[in-house]
Design a protein. Sequence first.
Length: 276
Amino acid sequence: MTLATHQLTRVDAGCTRLADVTVAFAPGDLHVLIGPNGSGKTSLLQALAGDLAPGSGRVSWQGRDLNRFDRRGLARLRAVLPQQMPEHLPYRVDEILALGRLPWAGEARATTQAAILRAAGQAGLIEHLAATYNRLSGGQRARVQLARVLAQLDGAPLPAVFLLDEPTAYFDPYWQHACLALARELAQAGHVVICVLHDLNLAAQYADQLYLMDAGRLVLTGTPETVLNSPRLDAVYGLRFSRLTDPAVPGSLLLRGQPVIAEHGVVPPASSPARA
């Protein structure tokens, strides 16, 4: 049971968003996409969600092309946490979580309420269910959006698909770790969970599989130990990474990056013009 792409390519106005991406994501692992800005991470996530049509190639779920699913069927299969969070919504928190249950319209009211309460509990929002979204802090709003995704697929048949684009971006350190621990729990429960992350140290700590992207291409995949210790990582980011480990924590890895400095200033990554 996999979510997969085959020779996926998308070019818009001469800009390559995705180039010949072939990859499969299975349940059980937390899959994390990494790479510089503009490397294709969000475009790949959008294609996996069925929100970005391939220019060529295909996206499939368990061998069936994603474009064969209707919108309701797709919404019962996958939930998306987008990179950009709505700043203003004139609704209470419980009303926003109820929107996540729209694909299951017609279910018993008690089922909807139970899903909302479970999602709110996972996101630490029980005390804020009656609060107006606009009056919450940025971090609290981000937790509302996370809870909406959780509510959407609450009780969905295994495996469902969670697509999380920079889910930790608005969070303080506690909720960064809590969010990724929850993502890993969802994966271990048998779901397909794919995250985009910029923080390589968080990726090292929580990912089971890493996917390094550059200029729309998938250039390296493997365990965090394999990908984060590869010289390819330095080349893609244009940084000279120092790798540190904690002898007391098996498998630990901490990266510190330093720009490569030449005579005329900072040297950008080799592929940076293609990402502009």
